[in-house]
Design a protein around this ligand. Structure first.
Ligand SMILES: [Zn+2]
Length: 150
């Protein structure tokens, strides 16, 4: 619902400035500044949607047409090291890709040695972020963002 409202606002802004782009894609650094503002003033966030809503609002304080997608925002926020991310998982279908669904990093297989000294893959973990699953079918279901304690 928040997404729809933002689109409408952007469309309205576009109407007053005929011919201009409806949306403006801010630079990574601009998004990172908005992430910091949002998390300090409005955080913690219990969903990615809520987090994105607050960041877009912070961006639009200076750039009324600014927008950022959830995946790009998540990647920038993780790289900034300013946020702490918590994940809930749900069962997914099919095998997991080699790429981390959270940050796009290369996943590592977690292996365990069984009693008869064979190794079996028991899950996956991402060396770059918090993604860690006990089975290859678990997918991120909910993202919670809070300020990282330094
Ligand atoms: Zn990752």
């Amino acid at each position: 619902m928040a997404k729809r409202r933002q689109k409408k606002e952007a469309a309205t802004a576009g109407d007053t400035d005929a011919g201009a782009e409806r949306f403006h894609v801010p630079k990574d650094e601009e998004v990172a500044v908005a992430v910091l503002r949002a998390i300090q003033e409005r955080g913690p966030f219990r969903s990615q949607k809520q987090f994105r809503g607050a960041v877009v609002e912070a961006l639009r304080a200076t750039d009324p047409k600014a927008t950022v997608g959830e995946a790009r925002l998540r990647h920038i926020a993780l790289r900034s090291k300013m946020i702490h991310l918590e994940l809930d998982y749900r069962d997914g279908t099919g095998k997991i890709e080699e790429e981390c669904p959270v940050c796009g990093g290369q996943l590592r297989k977690v292996r365990n040695r069984t009693l008869n000294k064979k190794t079996v893959v028991t899950g996956f973990e991402c060396p770059k972020c918090v993604y860690r699953t006990p089975s290859e079918k678990m997918r991120p279901a909910r993202y919670q963002f809070s300020a990282r304690r330094l």
